[in-house]
Design a protein around this ligand. Structure first.
Ligand SMILES: [Zn+2]
Length: 333
């Protein structure tokens, strides 16, 4: 037995952060961001004989107001609580944007943040080598004081701030490969040189931001990197973007922790997205991201679900990512 490998981070398991309460965020009939979309993935992970021994399923609670307040204003947090808990009908639109809420949405959104902070803690405390958060509502469109695009609290942005507050990191990378540009995440860190935001997404498309000339401002100039792809682009363009732009940028930035806004709506045959990534594309992307994590961040990488509206795609692509992490870990051992 290789004792060094056994005691090192590479021998550890992947933390899956999931809670049945995520199903309680009701978006009404025929909504693409519904509670069923990730069930197929969760059932597969719980039962697949190859994956099962490599996964742990930590439990977690609701994020505190103070933690959510690392990114969102107290006024906005209060607004979400009020508008959600006062509901007398089944669903309504959040007043700040195109996001459906129900009676439980505020609490479920708090739990979604609780999942990402627990994912961070699992990795930082050495209980897991890496992690994957299967939570909803998603987060990357939410700004400091505005929920929009199916998002309430910006899970990934809060995870970045939490890493800085609790663990003192100065260089965090957020990689966003959802088909939509994460306008909320970009906005929150636009003038910040401690969080590098990289997004590759479809353009023209919702929400309209994320052009390559949006590079950050002030001290944060050069710490936002956007690649927009035309409708119909696929694995070739996806992987080329990572190789030609992300890798060189990270040679300079040297991230200490990687957060991934893992949306699967850029997968071929998604209900909303019009890009054509395949499961093999997600595999190759994970190889690149894991190599960056290995090189600079002691393998610390946390994937966080964003969009992805075709349950089979969501399952196959996330399984492809997890299997890639596992096989890279075995090679490293
Ligand atoms: Zn999306």
């Amino acid at each position: 037995m290789n004792l060094i490998a056994e005691s090192g981070r590479s021998a550890l398991k992947i933390a899956i952060l999931y809670d049945e309460q995520f199903l309680l965020h009701d978006t009404g009939p025929n909504h693409p961001e519904n509670s069923e979309r990730m069930l197929s993935a969760i059932n597969f992970l719980k039962n697949d004989s190859k994956l099962k021994p490599n996964l742990i399923w930590p439990s977690f609670g609701y994020a505190s107001i103070d933690v959510i307040n690392l990114v969102h204003s107290k006024e906005y947090i209060h607004l979400v609580k009020q508008e959600s808990e006062k509901l007398t009908k089944l669903t309504a639109k959040l007043s700040t944007g195109d996001t459906v809420i129900s009676k439980h949405s505020y609490q479920v959104a708090r739990k979604s943040v609780g999942a990402v902070t627990e994912g961070v803690d699992q990795i930082m405390k050495g209980k897991a080598s890496s992690g994957f958060v299967f939570s909803r509502p998603p987060g990357h469109h939410a700004t400091k004081d505005r929920g929009m695009g199916f998002c309430i609290f910006n899970n990934v942005a809060i995870a970045a701030k939490y890493l800085q507050m609790k663990y003192g990191f100065n260089r965090i990378l957020i990689v966003d490969f959802d088909v939509h540009h994460g306008n909320g995440t970009q906005d929150i860190f636009y003038s910040d040189n401690t969080v590098f935001y990289f997004s590759i997404h479809q353009h023209p498309f919702y929400p309209g931001t994320g052009r390559p000339d949006e590079k950050g401002s002030g001290e944060g100039y050069g710490y936002t990197l956007n690649i927009d792809l035309p409708k119909g682009a696929g694995d070739k363009e996806f992987i080329h973007g990572l190789k030609s732009q992300l890798i060189p940028a990270m040679e300079k930035f040297k991230p200490e922790f990687i957060l991934v806004s893992a949306g699967f709506d850029a997968h071929e045959n998604d209900l909303l997205g019009q890009l054509e990534y395949s499961n093999n594309g997600y595999k190759k992307a994970t190889e690149i991201l894991s190599t960056i994590a290995q090189k600079y961040a002691s393998n610390r990488i946390l994937f966080v679900l964003e969009g992805g509206y075709e349950p089979t795609n969501l399952r196959e692509a996330s399984v492809s990512i997890l299997n890639t992490i596992i096989s890279k870990k075995i090679k490293a051992d």
